[in-house]
Structure formats: structure tokens, C-alpha cells
Write a protein of this length. Structure first.
Length: 501
């Protein structure tokens, strides 16, 4: 029984002693363990905690109970507590591959990559066909061409009877390994197979309809009127873009300031949008909440804005003046953000379109439906471009735009400029803190802890001969270069450097 991770190394819930679809044993503990697995899979944490409390009374040292207690804590972003439970479970069953994999996932979120790698190697040693463990391992391991794991994963991918999920885990892991080892043709073949194995339906017509409605409703006048009633706090900072554009790196750069807190990919704005849609008895749009913006009574904007601020506050027990929400797809929710939090800043990070698309294609996302097909990626890109062009004309919030490529070229300069635009002291004495436990849980969590480097710039050139469908969809290389030039023209870092700031 497996819970597929949202991103690359979330835990697999696996109890090799009792599959979910097996007949239940008659003893109470077995029933409780079964129920815990069901509640964890559905993320019903209230029921899960109640079930685990009963199980712990019966058998506080049972490895299954400890395992689920750890997974419960980890899924609720408490990696330190999760580590304690998994450590006890592993002491009881030190060769259990599922426990080893899940402990590795927790260690990755804590930044303990070397320890995680050792556990993952042990997991695939004890279970050589553990496809998901190879996938998790690939995200934190640097491969060379003679790495024996490459041939091991190739052989695993050729095994008959693999499920689509196993194919995707093997294939994405192999693609990453081949990319490290400069085996680009071999890696692209694996990548294409991995993406093809994932069945995700992306409804382009529904997204187009939602975007059209958003552009119609979110006029300069409507957003201005609503923003007069929202909560005026200057605390929120929205970092937006497409996934894989550098939002995690940008968050880490901004939040080195002691007054700025990293709230991660905070989903509260969408949650409030859905709540408002329900209260107003209007439909939820796929993107943007156009019906909410059209029907929202202005007097409701303040309390909804307060709800968003409370959600940001709840992400930390420490004091802060500002918090960064780096959920990329808030790109489409900036009209709602303007209505509820008119004092917020928006930072839009742009990146070379082919590097973004390649990086999306390389990721085995759970919740990004458009990333597995080149035409779907291109379609979503066009809607993202349409919406950002609209916000530049209508958004009453301060909008700061910069390019990933300029950011990594001079991080200190970028940091100083952004802090100044946010309004915090640019001359401070502080030691940058390591990311908090469980904070970095996205596909970029390993990269963001490495020294800033520029090797990812222009990565598409390694695969240019394979990316014809992407290039053609952008209007050929002429169209690609035109987009890059437009990004450069909007980049505040480029402008500031040119003006000698």
C-alpha cells in the first residue's frame, strides 16, 4: 500500500506485514493499524491521530504504530517529531526497506543528505526492485557514467509486469542519473518513457475558460474597488511564476533577513478562495476565482484578508514582520490577493522558457497535471503569459520582476535590492540560518542547499535536439530569444545594474 509523494521524496506508506486490501486480522491492533493507513492516505489527520492514540495505548513500541506516528507528524510538517518516531521504529526493524525509505525522506527535509543516501542505498539493497527508493535516491545523489546504479535502474525498467507507477519511478530516476553523467540521449529516452507512463488529464478548454473569465472580471477598476476594503498589512510577499523557475532559491535569498519568514508553498489563498466561493454560492474556477472576484461584497474583503494573514502567522512560532508565500501558481490568484491583501508585494521570477519547460518535464509531479506532455506545458505557458501581461496592466499591488539568470549571477546585489524594495533594513548584521526542519519539501529542496551556481542556466542546450516540439511551440528560436529579451527588459536587477544602483 503506497501513498504517492506530492513531490520527489515524500514518504511511502508501506506495511509489508499487512497490505491494505488483505483480510483484517481479528485483533484490535491490526484493525487500528489498517484504519491508520486509510486515514493517512486520505489525510484525515484528526481521525488518524485518534486512531494512533488508541493503538499506542495497546502497543506503544509496535513498529507499525511508531511508523504511522512518524508519518502523521511528517505530513503535518513536523519533521523533528517524525524523526524520533522513525528512529524508534528502525531500531526494532533495522532492515525494513519502507522504514529506511521514509526515514530518508525525513532526513532529506532536514538537510541530512548523506545520512539519507546511506539509508536509501540500504533500502534498495534489501529490496532491489524498490522503484520509488531509486527515485528518491536519484534526487540527492550525483551520478557518474560508471555508477553501477545506472545499469541497475536500466535493468529494473526492463522488467516485465511493472506497474505504470513503477515505470515512472524508475524512468525519472534514470533520467536524472543520465543527466548527471552527461548521457543525454539515453536520459531523454528514459524521460519520455517516464512522462508517458503517468496518466494525467489536463483540461486545456477548462483552463482557457477560467483564464478568459479572470481577464474579463479582474479589471483595474474592480481590483481597485475591492482593494480599498482588504486588510492593509504589509506583511505578505507573494513569490510567483511557473514551477521550476527559481521560486525556492528566491525565497531562500529573501528570507535570510531576520525580519522575513519563509512560509513555503502556502495554499491558504486558494483555500480562502474556495471558502468564499462556497459562501457566495458561486462556482470555483480552475484558476483565478473569477466568480469570487465578480461577486465578492467589498465588506468581506477585510475579514478574508485577515484569514490569510492568520494562515501565514500560523506557519511559525517565531516573530517576523513579513512572510514569503512561494506557491508558484498564485500567479493566477493575484487578483484575489490584491482584493484581500492590498498592502502585499508580488515578486515574479522569470526564467528562460526552454529551461523552465525542460525542468518541468524532468519532474515527477503529483499535482501539476500539465507537466507530462510538451503540448500541455506549452498551453499552460501561454495562459501564464496572458495572465502576467494582464496583471502588469491592472494589478494594484507593487509588482517586482526579475530573471533567475540575473539572480544567480549576483545574489548579494539582488538580495540588497529586494530588501530595499520590501522596506527592511539593507544594512544588517546576521548569520543566515539553515532552513527550518521540514521547511524545504519541494523538488528544489536539495538544490537550494547547494552553493549558488549557474550550471542550470542554458541546460536546455544539452537536449536541444530533442526539444523540437517545445521550440516550435514557442515560435522557433527566434520566438524564444524574443521572450528572453522581453524578460531582460522587465528585470529590475538588470535595470538597477544598468543605472548603477
Amino acid at each position: 500500500m503506497t501513498t504517492i509523494p506530492k513531490r520527489d521524496a515524500r514518504p511511502v506508506v508501506q506495511d509489508t506485514t499487512m497490505p491494505l486490501d488483505a483480510p483484517l486480522a481479528k485483533d484490535t491492533l491490526a484493525v487500528l493499524v489498517h484504519d491508520a493507513a486509510t486515514h493517512l492516505k486520505s489525510k484525515n489527520f484528526a481521525e488518524l491521530e485518534a486512531t494512533l492514540a488508541q493503538a499506542a495505548e495497546l502497543a506503544p513500541d509496535d513498529h507499525r504504530v511508531l511508523h504511522f506516528q512518524g508519518l502523521c507528524a511528517f505530513e503535518q510538517h513536523d519533521a523533528v517529531t517524525a524523526f524520533g518516531f522513525l528512529r524508534r521504529a528502525l531500531a526494532l526493524r533495522p532492515k525494513d526497506p519502507a522504514l529506511q525509505h521514509n526515514m530518508a525522506a525525513i532526513l532529506i527535509s532536514l538537510g541530512k543528505f548523506e545520512n539519507a543516501e546511506k539509508l536509501l542505498l540500504a533500502a534498495v539493497h534489501h529490496k532491489p526492485d524498490y522503484a520509488e527508493a531509486y527515485h528518491t535516491l536519484a534526487q540527492i545523489r550525483k551520478f557518474k557514467a560508471d555508477d553501477p546504479l545506472i545499469s541497475t535502474m536500466e535493468k529494473g525498467l526492463q522488467e516485465p509486469g511493472l506497474s505504470a507507477q513503477e515505470i515512472s519511478f524508475y524512468a525519472f530516476a534514470l533520467a536524472k542519473a543520465c543527466d548527471d553523467a552527461a548521457l543525454y540521449d539515453q536520459g531523454w529516452k528514459a524521460l519520455a518513457r517516464g512522462n508517458a507512463a503517468i496518466s494525467k488529464e489536463f483540461d486545456t478548454a477548462r483552463e482557457d475558460k477560467a483564464v478568459a473569465a479572470l481577464l474579463r472580471v479582474a479589471t483595474r477598476e474592480r481590483l481597485h474597488d475591492l482593494s480599498q476594503h482588504g486588510h492593509p498589512s504589509r506583511a505578505p510577499i507573494y513569490v510567483v511564476s511557473l514551477p521550476r523557475s527559481g521560486t525556492t532559491l528566491l525565497e531562500s535569498v529573501i528570507t535570510e533577513h531576520p525580519q522575513i519568514h519563509a512560509a513555503g508553498e502556502l495554499t491558504a489563498l486558494g483555500g480562502i478562495g474556495r471558502m468564499l466561493a462556497k459562501n457566495l454560492n458561486v462556482s470555483e474556477s480552475l484558476l483565478g476565482f473569477a466568480d469570487v472576484l465578480e461577486n465578492l461584497p467589498p465588506e468581506h474583503a477585510y475579514s478574508a484578508g485577515m484569514g490569510y494573514l492568520n494562515a501565514g502567522r500560523d506557519t511559525s512560532k517565531e516573530w517576523f514582520d513579513h512572510f514569503v508565500n512561494k506557491l508558484p501558481d498564485n500567479t493566477f490568484n493575484l487578483g484575489l490577493a490584491a482584493a484581500l491583501t492590498p498592502g502585499a508585494r508580488v515578486i515574479h521570477i522569470m526564467r528562460h522558457p526552454l529551461d523552465v519547460m525542460l525542468s518541468l518535464y524532468f519532474q515527477r509531479f503529483r499535482s501539476v497535471n500539465y507537466s507530462f506532455n510538451p503540448q500541455d506545458i506549452l498551453h499552460h505557458w501561454r495562459n501564464y503569459q496572458r495572465v502576467m501581461a494582464h496583471w502588469r496592466e491592472t494589478l494594484p499591488l507593487e509588482l517586482i520582476e526579475l530573471r533567475y539568470e540575473n539572480l544567480v549571477q549576483d545574489v548579494a546585489f539582488a538580495q540588497d535590492l529586494i530588501w530595499g524594495r520590501i522596506g527592511v533594513s539593507r544594512k544588517i548584521e546576521h548569520v543566515p540560518l539553515a532552513p527550518k526542519a521540514g521547511q524545504q519539501r519541494t523538488a528544489s529542496r536539495f538544490q537550494v542547499r547547494q552553493p549558488v551556481y549557474q550550471s542550470s542556466n542554458g541546460k536546455f542546450r544539452r537536449y536541444e535536439t530533442h526539444m523540437g516540439e517545445f521550440i516550435d511551440g514557442l515560435g522557433g528560436m527566434e520566438g524564444v530569444e524574443a521572450e528572453v529579451a522581453a524578460q531582460e527588459a522587465r528585470c529590475v536587477l538588470r535595470a538597477a545594474a544598468t543605472n548603477g544602483e
